[in-house]
Design a protein around this ligand. Structure first.
Ligand code: 4VN
Length: 333
């Protein structure tokens, strides 16, 4: 029998800082019940959500810029040490300029290239994947990765099945190459494009000078809640198991599972599926709702701040949602 006495690091990387920024304005379930036919009694037991924060005069790049500034302050890095800035978002200020470019200009990261990445609710894990691959290529040393969303602009506030679920917010990390035995242990990413219509957001009208009848512009978020819920509970454990296998770890070996904050019942079902204590699956959707690419980054920073995430831990980041897509990364911090 081969006994594994130490884990192998796939990519030696250090998380040099974490940060988050949440807009001030809180909208409670009770306040929502004054503008639509809903209630805390309906929303909370089904989702685990009490509040969400929404912007009043800020956009996605503003939330991300706050995160970027805090990341630099916390790390002591200067902006021109950054080789790249990646922002995961499905709610950019505009398609061009892309949100990461706006942030790069705002913080004057004069040597950095910047691009946006859209993988919806899996945006945090897919963004971490892109950032860690760029760093481990050896071509770049220091990168900033932020998940930022203003989903309140994509929500139809007359649609009570969707508007109650989402919120605005951003979180991010600084990543750098290191010689230490820390970093990414294993990754498993999987897309399910054939199920993509279960989450539809931001459809352009494909009108040109030669087009006939076309579907009209539809910015709003639509989801087939039951099929997305079923997809997540059925498929996420399969991808998680593949990632654990690649890492050579059992579910018990992972200290914390930081999962996309879409619905508390999904998180409970995952914990049960892996025979894990619910305490290993922290949540914050009660306060922020679902912030898509922002959710896991916000949670990570909160746990770092409260001392619940620290060096030496093994953490699994779990993303799932629009695409449809799933991603798992397991890290040795
Ligand atoms: C991932 C998921 C969800 C999602 C799906 C369904 C759902 C969230 C359906 C049943 C409903 C309560 C809410 Cl798993 C959404 C995204 C998109 O970010 C990603 N909530 N629910 C009920 O009637 O109980």
């Amino acid at each position: 029998m081969i006994v594994k006495d130490r884990i192998e690091i796939l990519e030696n990387l250090k998380i040099a800082a974490t940060a988050r920024y949440i807009p001030e304005r809180v909208v409670s379930n009770n306040e929502l019940s004054t503008i639509m036919d809903t209630s805390d009694e309906w929303i909370y037991p089904r989702t685990g959500i009490h509040n969400r924060h929404v912007v009043t005069d800020e956009n996605t790049s503003d939330l991300a810029t706050h995160v970027a500034q805090q990341l630099l302050e916390k790390s002591g890095w200067s902006a021109d040490e950054l080789d790249f800035i990646i922002i995961s978002t499905m709610s950019p200020d505009s398609l061009s300029p892309h949100t990461a470019a706006i942030v790069q200009g705002n913080i004057k990261a004069s040597k950095a290239f910047a691009f946006d990445l859209n993988a919806a609710c899996s945006g945090f894990v897919y963004g971490l994947s892109a950032a860690s691959a760029l760093l481990s290529s050896g071509r770049y040393r220091k990168g900033m990765f932020i998940g930022a969303e203003v989903l309140s602009k994509l929500v139809d506030w007359k649609d009570r099945t969707v508007s109650v679920l989402f919120g605005d917010g951003a979180g991010g990390v600084l990543l750098e190459q290191t010689d230490e035995s820390v970093g990414l242990i294993a990754e498993e990413l999987q897309s399910y494009g054939e199920m993509g219509n279960a989450i539809l957001t931001g459809r352009f009208a494909n009108r040109n000078a030669f087009s006939g009848e076309i579907l009209p512009l539809d910015p709003y978020f639509h989801q087939d809640g039951r099929s997305v819920y079923g997809f997540a509970t059925r498929e996420v454990p399969k991808i998680m198991n593949k990632a654990l296998d690649k890492a050579g770890l059992a579910a018990d070996d992972v200290d914390l599972y930081l999962a996309h904050q879409a619905n508390e019942r999904i998180i409970r079902s995952m914990a049960k599926n892996f025979g894990q204590d619910l305490a290993k699956f922290p949540t914050n959707m009660a306060e922020y709702g679902n912030t898509s690419a922002g959710s896991t980054a916000i949670l990570l920073d909160e746990l770092v701040e409260s001392g619940q995430v620290h060096p030496g831990m093994k953490i699994a980041f779990v993303g799932f949602g629009g695409g449809l897509a799933i991603g798992v990364q397991i890290w040795q911090l």
